[in-house]
Design a protein around this ligand. Sequence first.
Ligand SMILES: [Zn+2]
Length: 490
Amino acid sequence: MIFTRKYFNRSLAWRSCLGLFQICLLHGFSSQVFAFELDGPKWLGAETEFYVELTGISDTGISWNSAFIAAMNDWNNETPFNFILREEAKDPCIRDGLNGVDFKPDLCGSNFGSSTLAVTFRRQLEQQILGEPLIIETDIVINQDVEFNVFDGKLVQFGIQGLDLRRIALHELGHVIGLDHESANLAIMASSIGNIDRLREDDIAGVEALYGGLSNCTIKNLNFGIINAALDSNDCTVQELTSGGSDTSFVEIYRFDLSSETSVAFTMTSPSLDSVLILADTELQFLGFDTKSSNSCDSSLSQVLPPGSYFLVANTYDVPVKEGCGNQGSYQITASFSSGGLTALGSGISLSGGESSAVFRGGITRDNGASFGNQFNSGDSLDISAEIDIDPLHQGQAGFLVVAAMVGEQTLLLNQQGQFVDSAENPGFIEKAANRTLSAVESLSIATNLVPEALNINEIVVDFYVGYGLSSNPGEVYFHQTPLNLTVSP
Ligand SMILES: [Zn+2]
């Protein structure tokens, strides 16, 4: 995160000009690594609707509309960007939150200038917590006094009048997407119109870089409970994550999935980091952040989220803001949740690589199922349960159920007497919690009325796993990826 953001809301962008193009864009971001030029701002989710209804037809018999739509399709087919076509006329001179294109006698009230072919306006930007702002509206105004045509190949050809509108549309749509002029390599985004009539490698690489920031960074699974990690030079920077801007602060990204409305709470503590916690959806649209929960270097954040997939982003400042806090070092995140029912425990895996379509759910409650969560006090009376939707191929077969509790390096397995025994005492043996003919849904009661304090436990972190297997293949156990976490504090 950058402490003081420079935010500029530019509205006028670029004009491509007859003969030599004029350069009309300020350069927000230019990377030394890539040849193509990224302007910085981009569209949420790498897509936008574009309204097109151009009337008229070229000398070569191709309508202006189909030439423009063909240009949109080129970007769609060859890059990760997606223009959604809306075949409807929208006045590009009106700021209406919609992207439109049309021929105009002037530049929405001002002069085109003698050599201007078309202008792409960027009318609205929306500031983001991290990285460059999002583009909200663009419009393309085409100079109706220029003689256009539609043709492939060289710009000047014997017997063909006018300028090819298709390549001009390609170029302007490149600005809409967020590309700037390219001077080093052959590209449709070259600063002057020429013989290039289609997208080139550099144009495509530019869009991939602009919208591929997430692929620059490692995304870890968030397991509720306690996470110990560090922000340092092994991590991605915000600049890499968002493909733009000048924010070189480190980030770590954790993904989590919610199957029902859930209240989540996160605390990031660090002896050395000026901590920043950010919640986002998986397209990096930011939902909330906290940078200063107290006078310490810590950060905390809580929110109620609908079902869906989310990112928790652990970040810091590029330049530390708080006195005594730095911009790299170790941190701890405490992640807790509360929901109204059992939670999904991730996709199924197995000990020996066998496949199962089983679905796992689990929950811990202190109020007889009114709410479920992972963060409890040592005096709470806890009920811990899980359910498995058994793979239909395994239903009706003789099988067994397994419950494991991981405490640090120790693995405890639940036996048929309802006690957890250390697996190290009997290496290689899988203790069964129950043997039975497998039903469609197996319910497991892992603990009832468990009061940690009564067992002299004031503080503990336990990750539970449940699984099942078939008596015909006792070495194989099907279980889940996300642990059922229990975090007890005094
Ligand atoms: Zn341009």
